[in-house]
Write a protein that binds this ligand. Structure first.
Ligand SMILES: Cc1ncc(COP(=O)(O)O)c(C=O)c1O
Length: 408
C-alpha cells in the first residue's frame, strides 16, 4: 500500500494524489475507507472537523432534509434554521449574544480582528508564539513567525507576538497604547498541543481589560466539546469578549462563527459580510451537530475517554515518549524521532493521526469513537513508538501544510 510522501502544498493540480498517499472515498463512524476498501480509524476527525465521525445518521438526515427545503438564503433575509442556530449558540455561549456566521476558522478570526478594530479604534493585536489562527493575511499576521513572516511581508502592521506566560512582555506591548485585541488559544493545537496555564490566561484577560483592549479566545480547534468542556475557556473561568468557532461546529460541513457581546455594537454598514455565511445548509448541519453532542453527552464522553487514552499512552509509552499532554480528546505526544515516521507507520497499520510540529504526534479522534477503538489506537501507538526505528528507511515529512513555521 502507499505511504505518505513529502509534504505538499494544499494547492491542487488535476490528478492530485494527496501527500498522505491515500484516496479516501467513504466514511462511517470513526472510520474512513480508501479506494481499495481498506478501513482506517480516523484519529484526526479529518483535521478536527468530524466531531460525530463520518456520515452520522442525524447529520446526513438534517442535510438531506435541508437540501430538499432551502439551501441558499442570503443574510439580508431571515431564515428559520439560521435563527435556531443563533439561539442555540446564544444559550451555549452566554453572555455572548451576537454572532457573525462565516465558512471557516480564518474567516471567524478575521471578523474578530476587524470588529475589535472598529470597536476600539486601535490597530494593534497581540497574539502568542506557537499560536495558530489561520492563513489569510489578518490571521496569518497573528500567526506566522520567522522566515514565513519574511516571505509573506508586508503583513499587517501592529501585530506582535509574546511568549505564553511572559507577563512582562505582554505588559510592555499593552503600554504602547495601540492594542485593540489580545488573541489566544486555550490549547495551542497546530503549535504542538500545548494547554496554556489557567492562571496565565486569566492574567492575560485582566491585563487586556485594564489596557482597554478586547480579549479573544480562538476555539476553532478546541470548541464544541473537543476538550471535555463545551469550550476550552470554560476550564479556566474566562470571560472572553470574542470566541471564534469553526472545524467541529458543522460536524464536517464548512461553517465558522465569531461570538461577541451585543454591547460591542453592530457592523457599520458595508464593513463586513459573507455571501455564503449563515447559509441554511451549514446552519442545519451545525444545529444537528450541537443536538447530537448534547443528546449523547459527548462533552462528558470526551473528558472521560480522553483521560483514559492519556493514561494508557503514558503508562504504555514510558520513556519512549517525552511527554503526553492535552485536554479531553485533543492529545499531543512528544516523540524522540520524527512525527512523520510514526504517522506513516500508524497509517500502514490502519490508523490516521496528525503531526503538530516535527516531533509531535497529534490525536483528535471523533467524540463518538468507542472506547475499544481508542484502546486499539493506544495499543498501536505504544507498539510503534516502542519498536526499533530505522529512520533512514522511512518516508519524509507528512506534516499539515503550512504548519512548519508554527514552532516557537
Ligand atoms: C486555532 C485555529 N484557528 C484558526 C484556524 C484556521 O481555520 P481554517 O483552516 O478553517 O481557516 C485553525 C486551523 O487549524 C486553528 O486550529
Amino acid at each position: 500500500m502507499s505511504s505518505p510522501t513529502a509534504a505538499a502544498p494544499s494547492v491542487h493540480d488535476a490528478g492530485f494524489a494527496g501527500f498522505r498517499g491515500l484516496e479516501l472515498v467513504r466514511g462511517e463512524g470513526p472510520w474512513v475507507f480508501d479506494a481499495t476498501g481498506r478501513r482506517y480509524l480516523d484519529a484526526t476527525s479529518m483535521y478536527g472537523v468530524a466531531l460525530l465521525g463520518h456520515s452520522h445518521p442525524a447529520l446526513t438526515e438534517a442535510l438531506a432534509h435541508q437540501a430538499a427545503t432551502l439551501m441558499s438564503c442570503f443574510s439580508s433575509y431571515a431564515n428559520d434554521r439560521r435563527n435556531a442556530l443563533l439561539n442555540r449558540l446564544a444559550e451555549l455561549l452566554e453572555p455572548l449574544d451576537r454572532f457573525f456566521l462565516c465558512n471557516s476558522g480564518t474567516e471567524a478570526v478575521e471578523a474578530a480582528l476587524k470588529l475589535a478594530r472598529l470597536a476600539t479604534g486601535r490597530p494593534g493585536v497581540v497574539s502568542f508564539s506557537r499560536g495558530f489562527h489561520g492563513r489569510t493575511f489578518g490571521s496569518a499576521s497573528a500567526t506566522v513567525r520567522g522566515t514565513q513572516r519574511d516571505q509573506l511581508a508586508p503583513l499587517l502592521e501592529g501585530f506582535r507576538q509574546v511568549r505564553p506566560g511572559d507577563h512582562a512582555a505582554l505588559a510592555a506591548e499593552l503600554r504602547r497604547g495601540d492594542v485593540g485585541l489580545v488573541l489566544t488559544e486555550v490549547v495551542q493545537g497546530e503549535g504542538g498541543v500545548y494547554p496554556l496555564d489557567g492562571d496565565d490566561l486569566r492574567a492575560v484577560q485582566q491585563a487586556a481589560r485594564e489596557a482597554g483592549a478586547l480579549f479573544a479566545v480562538d476555539e476553532v480547534q478546541t470548541g464544541v466539546g473537543r476538550t471535555g468542556r463545551w469550550f476550552g475557556y470554560r476550564h479556566h473561568d474566562l470571560d472572553p469578549d470574542f470566541v471564534t468557532l469553526a472545524k467541529g461546529l458543522g460536524g464536517g460541513v464548512p461553517i465558522g462563527a465569531v461570538a461577541f457581546r451585543s454591547s460591542l455594537g453592530r457592523w457599520p454598514a458595508g464593513t463586513h459580510g459573507s455571501t455564503f455565511g449563515g447559509n441554511p445548509l451549514a446552519c442545519a448541519a451545525a444545529l444537528a451537530t450541537l443536538d447530537v453532542v448534547t443528546r449523547e453527552g459527548l462533552v462528558e464522553v470526551a473528558a472521560r475517554r480522553g483521560e483514559r487514552l492519556r493514561q494508557r499512552l503514558r503508562a504504555g509509552c514510558g520513556d519512549r515518549v517525552r511527554e503526553v499532554r492535552g485536554v479531553g480528546l485533543m492529545l499531543g505526544l512528544d516523540l524522540e524521532g520524527a512525527s512523520a515516521t510514526t504517522q506513516r507507520r500508524l497509517q500502514d497499520r490502519g490508523f490516521l493521526v496528525l503531526g503538530a510540529g516535527p516531533r509531535t504526534l497529534r490525536l483528535l479522534p471523533p467524540l463518538i469513537t468507542p472506547e475499544a477503538e481508542l484502546d486499539r489506537l493506544a495499543d498501536a501507538i505504544i507498539d510503534v513508538v516502542t519498536e526499533p526505528v530505522d529512520e533512514a528507511h522511512t518516508a519524509p515529512a507528512a506534516t499539515h501544510p503550512g504548519t512548519a513555521e508554527q514552532q516557537a
